[in-house]
Design a binder for this molecule. Structure first.
Ligand code: TYD
Ligand code: MG
Length: 461
């Protein structure tokens, strides 16, 4: 009989111990340890009478023996997704696509699979452990015609999948999802930490040995009922997260880790009845539906990786009906909002203690950049005074504790994006005034400010 022992795993990061712990020593999360049965690898193969499979030995090579092949990236058919990946899917790489259930992971991967097969003449294997072939077909019919070498398979046994993959040698394999996969080398149930980790390790091996790109889908669940994809993050070459507002149709694909490109790039998509459509001009889309001449609405420019993104910050200041005023931050950091209200109170002498303050980023985007500080401050004051900031003004800058407006990175790019979308006035840190190379533009007036008091002049009289 195989010797089955229990081990304890952190659901968050996969840290393994022999006994239960209250706090994970690796990721410091509390109450994340789960018990899972583990059969020792040697024990289980002895019990089944099979010889343990030994991997082929690899030979050490010198750096000039390593050949770099030019054509080592595959075009996904989505320009934006290619950019997030650093230029396309790298041949032989293992990619993790995480996201809440129902956000559109299967949809985007089906579209990528279709594009690769139909337009780039690649062969693709789409393995689903969650849906029947019929369900896949129904989804495919919504999206577009499927042609080329794209095959589907419903299977959850990792050994079977790896065998099929090695035999057929497709260019891309999609595993939807890693939580449904099951390897015989571990006794724990599918979705458990040790299963997810061991299954992924086998896919990793298959990817590297055969030069096949593999995309793993990983569900993120709030209650942590199944192992979170965090366990996998350090195994894979790239981690992408698909995010969006529940109910909304805007989807943002975020690069969190990338061994073959830069991180923090985003791609914006719109979920339509016929699949996902990439939004090539997200600033325009994020600003559409912006209220005209409304107090509390301020446009700023955040940077997502190398891309400037114009966003609307909405502030609402209203008399409180509680003993303690409420502070609510949606899309911006809550502590930052508290800090900024404190700065405004102290430096401008505005008493916010009897007022609730709400700040929201329209479109469900999250921005954690201090360059939005000045816009947040202006949104709050504009709402409090009930005076709108003119519609054609874009504001950016970090705010320091003395109320001073401080320099930020990529000032030119932010200004260019604003000019491109027809903004006529840019309020920005004084520091940049003589340091930036921004071509003279008669249509764009630059208003450099040293502190928040100076920025107030922008409010309409
Ligand atoms: P799906 O890709 O199945 O999500 P995931 O794999 O991340 O769990 O997407 C499911 C949602 O997307 C579902 O609510 C229906 C919606 N959807 C569309 O709006 N349009 C479409 O063309 C498709 C295929 C799905
Ligand atoms: Mg799915």
């Amino acid at each position: 009989m195989a010797k089955i022992t229990s081990r304890y795993f952190c659901k968050e990061c996969g840290y393994e111990t022999a006994k239960w712990l209250g706090q994970c020593p690796a990721c410091k999360a509390w109450n994340t340890f789960v018990e899972e049965p583990v059969a020792k690898a040697a024990g289980s193969s002895a019990a089944s009478g099979k010889k343990p499979i030994r991997q082929q030995r690899t030979r050490p090579v010198k750096i000039d023996e390593i050949k770099l092949i030019e054509e080592d990236r595959m075009d996904t058919g989505f320009r934006e997704l290619n950019r997030v990946l650093g230029g396309g899917i790298v041949v032989g790489s293992l990619i993790l696509l995480g996201g809440d259930p129902g956000i559109g992971k299967s949809t985007i991967l089906l579209e990528v699979a279709r594009n690769l097969a139909a337009e780039a003449s690649k062969s693709v294997l789409y393995v689903s452990g969650e849906e029947s072939l019929k369900q896949i077909k129904m989804r495919a019919m919504r999206i577009a015609d499927i042609s080329g070498d794209l095959r589907f398979m419903t299977e959850t046994n990792v050994e079977n999948i790896v065998e099929t993959t090695t035999e057929t040698q497709p260019d891309l394999v999609v595993i939807d999802s890693i939580q449904t996969m099951y390897t015989e080398s571990v006794t724990a149930a599918p979705g458990s930490v040790s299963q997810v980790r061991e299954s992924a390790a086998q896919f990793l091996r298959a990817a590297k040995e055969n030069g096949i790109a593999i995309v793993l889908v990983g569900h993120v669940t709030k209650d942590g009922a199944v192992a979170g994809p965090k366990v996998l993050e350090h195994m894979v070459d790239a981690v992408l997260y698909f995010e969006g507002e529940a109910g909304g149709n805007l989807r943002i694909l975020h690069g969190q880790k990338n061994r073959f490109g830069s991180t923090n790039e985003i791609a914006v998509f719109e979920m339509n009845a016929d699949g996902l459509r990439e939004v090539r001009n997200p600033s325009e889309m994020l600003l559409s539906g912006r209220p005209e001449n409304a107090s509390g609405s301020v446009v700023t420019c955040g940077m997502e990786g190398t891309r400037p993104l114009l966003i609307e910050i909405q502030g609402l200041v209203a008399p409180t009906s509680f003993n303690y005023p409420r502070r609510t931050a949606n899309g911006v950091d809550y502590n930052r909002l508290n800090l900024l209200t404190a700065i405004v109170e102290r430096r401008l002498g505005i008493d916010f203690s009897k007022y609730d303050a709400y700040v929201n980023i329209a479109g469900g985007l999250k921005i954690s950049e201090p360059s939005t500080d000045l816009a947040i401050v202006m949104a709050l004051i504009s709402s409090w005074r009930n005076i709108p900031v003119p519609d054609d003004v874009m504001i950016f800058g970090e705010v320091g504790l003395s109320g001073e407006v401080r320099a930020v990175s990529s000032a030119e790019q932010r200004m260019e994006e604003a000019a491109r979308l027809g903004f006529h006035k840019i309020v920005m840190p004084y520091y940049h005034k003589d340091r930036i190379q921004f071509p003279e533009n008669p249509d764009v007036e630059i208003v450099p400010v040293k502190n928040i008091r100076e920025a107030l002049t922008i409010l309409k009289k």
